[in-house]
Design a protein around this ligand. Structure first.
Ligand SMILES: *Cc1c(COP(=O)(O)O)cnc(C)c1O
Length: 462
């Protein structure tokens, strides 16, 4: 299996190379050269399998000869062993024809654990074999950082440094980053906003001397291996509701477009998906773009669903590449136009996008109302992101097609917003009930590249 860049000018890579590289050298994102197909019989045969066995069958064609079958099965087993639910991604019913896919039973209570736990094991297996080490640096507004720290804690071949905006993540998110005691993971509280953290990470990747000295690697949501891990639960949930013998639709609370793009890949592989519904909060650039074709960022307004407070949705580039018939130079041109303000999707490409994707937006009051209503009607307590999905899904229900809404985080990760909306305090699940008693380890740093780089150099000098 070979991987190509969305901008058409970077070297073609293997799965392992694409995974370790993350971003392509031409600034693009990697995609498989051809999308593997699963037949009607292949999909039907997933019924009743464990999550791990289904994951192996869905992902196997993508990894080429990077790992033997046994190695890959072991990697998958280790990745999901720490989940608190035997089904890994259980479905619960909300209403006739409407189901919730609970993706929050991983160690840090958000769907990002599905991809990050797998990528941790993939990195470890690959680096141990080659005898090399990498230093993963990432910026987070909360969920990605906690998922990365948990996934890489204690691994031999990897150091992890997560920059988060000091005082601007929730207490649960901060504690999930600061309480793991392993020496190879580091939570760095940087003075400033999320954008400052992200900018410093970009600066480090552009500082080639530093980059080579520490062996910098990235695991942000554009990493193909993360998208791939997320394809699996589209298959397992659709099959549980009758696919491939009938169609299903999905609604996905969306920010960087990584999770819903995995659904698009599942559809392209042969899963009978009717609609993929993009649900946005008040930062609704994707909804506006899918409605009218205009993609012009206009500043982030902070919301009670912070993991979706995004204006430049990085994985959308992959969908554009497909909608433009895999034309790398057309994609590169759109991204250039974005740098100088924005772009308009061509009529043909917009029609191509709309063949798969629908969209809707949910404002702050509607989010709170959806939390309250769902609690009253079903006893299910939603996090604000998942509530946005439920609100938008309800506008897209069709009589004969089951709708699956992705629940992307556990309500206890966002207790203040949930309690305000529902009057219910969401308790932490038993496996992390002592989170508030564990000792924290945080390094505070100024928003200064030199200071951040010297700390990382010092701590990686083994
Ligand atoms: C990351 C995240 C999202 C958005 O997912 P994307 O893949 O960036 O679209 C939604 N909800 C929660 C809770 C998240 O952590």
């Amino acid at each position: 299996m070979r991987y190509v860049s969305t901008r058409g000018k970077a070297p073609i890579l293997s799965f392992e190379e694409a995974m370790l590289t993350g971003l392509a050298r031409d600034g693009g994102l990697y995609l498989p050269e051809t999308i593997p197909q699963m037949s009607h019989a292949d999909i039907a045969a997933l019924a009743g399998l464990s999550y791990e066995e289904a994951a192996f069958r869905v992902m196997r064609p993508y990894i080429g000869d990077a790992f033997t079958d046994t190695e890959f099965q072991d990697i998958i087993a280790r990745a999901y062993a720490g989940f608190a639910h035997a089904a890994r991604a259980p479905l619960v019913q909300l209403a006739p024809g409407h189901h919730l896919l609970e993706l929050f039973h991983g160690p840090t209570l958000a769907f990002k654990d599905f991809a990050m736990q797998l990528i941790g094991q993939l990195f470890e297996a690959s680096l141990t074999r080659s005898g090399s080490r990498v230093c993963i640096v990432g910026a987070t507004s909360g969920d990605t950082g906690s998922a990365a720290i948990d996934a890489f804690r204690g691994l031999e071949a990897v150091d992890v440094f997560i920059l988060y905006p000091h005082g601007r993540v929730s207490e649960v998110q901060r504690r999930q980053m600061s309480t793991p005691g392993e020496a190879n993971v580091h939570a760095l509280a940087v003075e400033g906003h999320f954008d400052d953290c992200q900018a410093r990470v970009k600066d480090m990747f552009n500082d080639f001397e530093f980059r080579d000295a520490v062996g910098l690697a990235g695991v942000n949501s554009i990493n193909w291996a993360r998208v791939l891990a997320q394809v699996v639960y589209y298959f397992t949930s659709a099959v549980a509701l009758g696919a491939p013998h009938r169609k299903v639709s999905f609604t996905v609370p969306t920010g960087n477009f990584g999770d819903i793009f995995a659904g698009y890949i599942a559809k392209r592989m042969g899963l009978p998906i009717d609609r993929l519904v993009v649900a946005t909060n008040q930062n609704d650039i994707l909804h506006r773009c899918l409605s009218g074709g205009d993609y012009t960022p206009d500043g982030v307004i902070p919301s009670i669903s912070p993991s979706m407070d995004i204006q430049v949705s990085s994985n959308f580039e992959r969908a554009l590449f497909e909608a433009y018939g895999r034309d790398g130079s057309a994609t590169a041109q759109l991204m250039d136009e974005l740098k100088s303000g924005g772009f308009t999707v061509s009529q043909g490409a917009l029609e191509a996008l709309r063949e798969s994707f629908s969209s809707g937006r949910c404002d702050e009051d509607q989010t709170r109302a959806a939390i309250r209503r769902t609690w009253n009607e079903t006893g299910e307590l939603l996090c604000p992101h998942s509530a946005i999905g439920v609100h938008v899904a309800e506008e897209h229900l069709k009589p004969d097609v089951p709708m699956i809404t992705l629940a992307t985080a556990h309500p206890a990760k966002f207790p203040a917003a949930v309690e305000e909306a529902s009057g219910q305090h969401p308790p932490l699940p038993a496996h992390m009930a002592d989170l508030y008693d564990r000792e924290e380890r945080i390094t505070e740093l100024p928003n200064d590249l030199g200071a951040i780089e010297s700390l990382i150099k010092e701590r990686t000098a083994h």
